[in-house]
Design a binder for this molecule. Structure first.
Ligand code: AVI
Length: 334
């Protein structure tokens, strides 16, 4: 282990500005090597993630669905309290399956709202908007194809409609918060906070700390879906950056540390090997057993979330969990 040198021979192509190219160039030069889980979600990665959400070990999606289903009327009441109209802004909307539960409830109870799903995947957004338009043709839906920060930027620039007092409710579901580092999390919630007005809300879905074996199994499922999800990143690099990763020479490796609450995914080189990344004109050496760190999935305690709220300009006002207390949907009020 400890191999950290790259043989570099820059070419004009090597200056490619694509975010994936940048990530591969810098991440594979680090020790240990790392690639951000942000790049998991090409079409195939998004498809595998859908399958993961149905895997018996991956309890997160089912737990959150239970919470939203059980507490949808409490949530609707909180969102519209005081007679406000609601701007429901969902960051990382994906297929919106869980959110549809909330939308349906708001719609059927004549709560005035508009739904603003934000996602970096255009396919996911189109699919979501298509099904919403079919089911509720007169619902106001304003999809935004962008990253979270651009969407927040637009939000703060937008003047509020004159029609009625409006409350912004930002939804950040599905334990997406877990894929940020601690400092990214604080930065993220501070930037949301700075763009909201007093009384606005953020609803976050968080995975809770629990028996380590339950968490470890969720990221090491028996069907090998998480393994395929992780390895797909190498397939994407092969395709988009003309690389020659041999997928059979890497394996998925998962750890969960109950002290830090961090599940970590790695790709492990099964032999000493060299990989060519032709679009970057680099050759990357791997020692036998050397890892690429690809994902962090953080698990929280209630105390940590109270601290996060306090540090970022919010107060934690409501806390909803599933019957096993595996997952929580938590309200931060500005
Ligand atoms: C999207 N994100 C919250 C998932 C998670 O649980 O960290 C991604 C995932 N990675 C492996 N399995 C699921």
């Amino acid at each position: 282990l400890g191999v950290d040198s790259l043989s570099l021979s820059p070419s004009p192509q090597a200056l490619s500005p694509s975010p994936l190219a940048e990530e591969v160039r810098t991440g594979l030069a680090k020790t240990p090597k790392r690639l951000s889980s942000r790049f998991f979600y090409d079409a195939e990665g998004s498809r595998i993630f859908q399958e993961i959400m149905h895997a018996p070990e991956y309890y997160l999606t089912r737990s959150e669905y239970e919470i939203l289903d059980t507490h949808k009327s409490d949530l609707a009441r909180l969102f519209a309290a005081g007679g406000y109209e609601v701007d429901l802004i969902e960051l990382g909307a994906g297929d919106g399956l869980k959110t549809k539960l909330l939308l349906e409830h708001l719609w059927e109870n004549q709560v005035a709202f508009r739904y603003v799903p934000v996602d970096i995947s255009e396919d996911a957004l189109e699919g979501l908007v298509g099904t919403l338009r079919q089911q509720w043709p007169s619902m106001t839906v304003r999809p935004q194809h962008s990253d979270y920060f651009t969407a927040l930027e637009r939000l703060s620039g937008e003047t509020r409609p004159h029609r009625a007092p409006t409350r912004r409710v930002v939804l950040f579901l599905g334990s997406n918060i877990g894929n940020f580092t601690t400092s990214e999390t604080i930065h993220f919630y501070r930037s949301i906070s700075s763009r909201l007005l007093p009384g606005d809300l953020v609803l976050t879905g968080v995975d809770l700390q629990k028996h380590p074996a339950v968490i470890h199994a969720a990221y090491n499922d028996r069907q090998g879906l998480t393994r395929a999800f992780n390895l797909n990143l190498l397939r994407r690099i092969n395709r988009e950056l003309d690389a020659n990763f041999d997928l059979s020479a890497f394996d998925h490796y998962e750890t969960y540390d109950p002290e830090s609450g961090e599940a970590r995914s790695y790709l492990v080189s099964q032999k000493a090997q060299q990989v060519q990344i032709r679009a970057l004109s680099i050759t990357v050496p791997f020692a036998y057993g050397e890892v690429i760190h690809t994902e962090i999935s953080r698990k929280f305690t209630r105390t940590q979330l109270e601290q996060l709220a306090n540090e970022t300009g919010f107060s934690l006002t409501n806390w909803f969990t599933d019957c096993k207390e595996y997952f929580a949907d938590v309200i931060f009020q500005k």
